[in-house]
Design a protein around this ligand. Structure first.
Ligand code: GLU
Length: 397
């Protein structure tokens, strides 16, 4: 006799998740571009800068030296040392190399951390709006999402008070992404300290997504990882993608207490093994080499942010909070929704793409109905052109 699931092809867990909206938008933009469309791409967040020369040279030299074989799963010792030293010098954290795991992109660091921490039914607090993959990765692990609404009038800021209210006896973890994707909101130093202490006192794990830590426009960058006394409940998730313009290299890392880092290494030993060997050498050059490139890129993103905000302000009906970090704006387009052919933000983004040739990501992917996301990690010329197209589009809607 066949079992009740004999004809079922796909697992429950894969059916719990969706294709990443940012990756779907990237694919659609690439398809249209291949057909000759002249697009302005505010879609997936990806630096328009090329990877700095010294980082590329390190990878080329590694390949020439035949550094092209397997390495230890967590990364070569010099790289694990470079990760902890960079973080210690910038944020005052105290991790040992054994507590650093290098991964094939920051997304895998997050995936691994959630797989080792979140069991079926565990609650995970997720501030809204959230980056698309947080939701699906938690769902893949069987976790239960507890959404934490933030206020647009407060630039979507996350506070310790709001987090405290969302905690229940089943809370296993809190995801904190500051500066945030998609709204560019930044947690204040005082709130960060309170959140870290709260999590530590309640035995809740704090997953600190620091992908945009170096893209903060006011005040000094901070890391929850600097609260060493709470270390047993902290997992720092980092990426070289945005900081060093290395999206395609797939270079990310996690900093976590030894036992948790070891569990992530165990999981990774059964999936990707290590990240690419020569990428690891490039990552050492990025983390240990000159950091001027980071400040130069940040200065340009700030100019781009102001240009985008000025352009959006000229579009009647569109309002926008002021992002304090990352390279996204999250304008409110509620005034246009509900009109014929623009039922929701997904339809609006689709029409913007096909009619105005402007790529954006609908707010629905990030948990809010009334917004679209624009990545302004593009040239100044593209900002000017894209905003002109958007103004024309919205005026005729
Ligand atoms: N984090 C970027 C974004 O949100 C890259 C895409 C992704 O990995 O989802 O657009």
């Amino acid at each position: 006799m066949s079992s009740p699931t004999a004809n079922k092809v796909l697992t429950d867990r894969i059916e719990r998740i969706e294709l990443s909206a940012t990756m779907a938008v990237t694919a659609e933009a690439a398809r249209l571009k291949a057909q000759g469309a002249n697009l302005v791409n505010f879609g997936a967040g990806e630096p328009h800068f090329n990877t700095p020369r010294h980082i590329k040279d390190a990878a080329i030299a590694a390949i020439e030296a035949n550094f092209t074989r397997y390495t230890g799963v967590a990364g070569i010792p010099e790289l694990r040392k470079a990760i902890v030293e960079r973080h210690a010098s910038d944020f005052g954290s105290k991790y040992s190399p054994e507590e650093a795991v290098f991964t094939t992109g920051g997304k895998l660091a997050l995936f691994n951390a959630i797989q080792v921490l979140v069991d079926h039914g565990d609650e995970v607090i997720l501030p809204v709006p959230y980056w698309v993959s947080f939701k699906d990765i938690v769902q893949y692990a069987g976790g239960k999402l507890v959404y934490l609404e933030t206020r647009e009038s407060e630039d979507f800021r996350i506070t310790a008070e709001a987090i405290e209210r969302a905690i229940t006896p089943r809370t296993k973890a809190i995801i904190l992404n500051s500066p945030s994707n998609p709204a560019g909101s930044v947690v204040s130093p005082a709130d960060l300290e309170r959140i870290v202490k709260l999590a530590h006192a309640r035995g809740i794990y704090l997953l600190l997504d620091e992908c945009y830590a170096y893209l903060q426009y006011a005040g000094s960058p901070i890391s929850g990882g600097s609260f060493t006394e709470a270390k047993e409940h902290l997992v720092v998730l980092g990426s070289l993608s945005k900081t060093y313009a290395m999206t395609g290299w797939r270079a990310g890392f996690a900093l976590a207490p030894k036992a948790m880092a070891a569990a992530m290494v165990k999981l990774q030993s059964q999936s990707t093994s290590s990240a690419a060997s020569f990428v690891q050498k490039a990552a050492i050059a990025a983390l240990s080499g000159p950091q001027a490139c980071v400040a130069e890129m940040r200065a340009d993103y700030l100019k781009l942010r102001d240009e985008v905000l000025a352009g959006l302000a000229k579009i009647p009906g569109v309002t926008c909070s002021t992002p304090q970090g990352a390279f996204y704006v999250y304008p409110n387009v509620a005034a246009f929704l509900g009109r014929p052919g623009v039922k929701n933000s997904t339809e609006l983004a689709t029409r913007l793409l096909h009619e105005a040739k402007v790529v954006t990501v609908p707010g629905e992917a990030f948990g809010t109905a009334e917004h679209i996301r624009l990545s302004y990690a593009v040239s100044h010329q593209d900002v000017a052109e894209g905003l002109t197209r958007m103004k024309d589009f919205f005026s005729n809607l």
